[in-house]
Design a protein. Sequence first.
Length: 79
Amino acid sequence: MPMVKRYVVTHESEKLGLRVLTFAAQGRWTYDTREEAEAALALFRPSLREKVLGPAADTLEVREVDCYPGHHDPSRTVF
């Protein structure tokens, strides 16, 4: 079964020193296009970003990821 390309919001984890998913590893937090993921990121208010992520809020970016067909869960959580 071939994977599908989707887009997710990621950030650099201070604790791990790696880039990771910002939201849960579930299909509802993946997007068909980079533009849709960027729009979702824009809705994540800067004040909330800092409250939740601390300094890592400055490292948010959209990444492409392979997802499982049907439910679109990402195949990985670390980038």
